[in-house]
Ligand binder design. Sequence first.
Ligand SMILES: *Cc1c(COP(=O)(O)O)cnc(C)c1O
Length: 428
Amino acid sequence: MNELLETARKLDGEDELRHFRDKFWIPPHGNGASQMYFCGHSLGLQPKVVESAMQEELRAWRELGVSGHFSGSPAWIDYSDRLKELLAGLTGAKPVDLAVMNTLTVNLHLMMVSFYRPEGRRRKILIEQHAFSSDRYAVESQLRYHGYNPAECLLQIEPESGGRIIEESRIESILQRHGEEIALVLWPGVQYASGQAFDLSRIAAAGHAAGARVGFDLAHSIGNMPLALHDSGCDFAAWCHYKYLNGGPGAVAGCFVHERHSRDESLPRFEGWWGNDLKSRFRMDPEFAAAPGAEAWVLSNPPILAMTPLRSSLELFHEAGMNRLRRKSRAMTAWLFDHIAAELGGLLEIITPSDPDRRGCQLSLCVREGREAGRRLFLHLEDRGIITDWREPDVIRIAPVPLYNRFEDCALLLGCVHDWAAGFRGAA
Ligand SMILES: *Cc1c(COP(=O)(O)O)cnc(C)c1O
């Protein structure tokens, strides 16, 4: 075990991104110790700079009042421009095709208003059987809103024979078979429970070949995997900013609309004043003049105080660079994966794909003994300050994120699982 810790510390010493950890608050555990925080996939940690950035915006509001819209630094009127610039690098999109607004589920609804256009026999929505609850509720309520019965019009793909992974080829063959009935494909970039990453270009191409529209939910992809949204060809994408992007609890979310739709006047859309072109926005004309790109979908003026933490965190991503982050992420997750598979494989099943191209940093574990044993391991870790999370029915998710996790954290996690396993075998 000490050997493992030594190796881990050596790897941390060689990590070119190691100083980024000091830019985050790591929650405390016990006297003077910190948590081993493996929950960046659920709620990213607070960058230390957020506090002063918030103070700065409060000062601007205090001292500038309404003129902060134009004379603040940055001015609130174009506050989201910098966010979109920074997000462009993370999403592989042009800033004009991005919007920062609302929250993820709201954005899924707004996107479906435009891109779920049932017609004749083509009215079904295709999702995965184990879709995130909110995505399912959003899709089913959209179907009902259009007067359809979800029992008939929601098409679900289940993983192959009892497994947890869905091959892209399976999605393709279902699209080939049922294509003329499918109006929309809504698919995750990384599946929240299994951690499987999907080939987005391939799914977008298959959906389009079948005549459907294709949208992605990137809640578990953004800040975790490099993305090429424009090139993927998808029609839209939506994500939240509080997971890997550390934008703070309930942070304002993001949205992508492919360039080819930006001037399509036949697309229906729910509109508000902020979607009006800036040139005429404040003329308060009765006619709506759409802003170019995804901005046309923005309803309201941006919540500056809610966007400030996101801005701070995006600057850190920019400084670290997604390529370097991904390189570290692949190395750290593979290291953890290999140790678990080699030393704890009898106890734990890793349901996340072993191929690093088919996963981000998250690994999802099931205790082979069953749900109860899994709950006990999860609580055992939590008691020792090792923060993972539990997803029903039986999954422990761990995400060593490259911005603030260390190989040392992974070594301590492994040590703790080894201890538990020894006790577990002793009791059995
Ligand atoms: C986290 C997550 C959500 C949460 O949506 P909010 O509307 O931001 O609360 C929705 N869908 C998926 C796939 C998620 O991972």
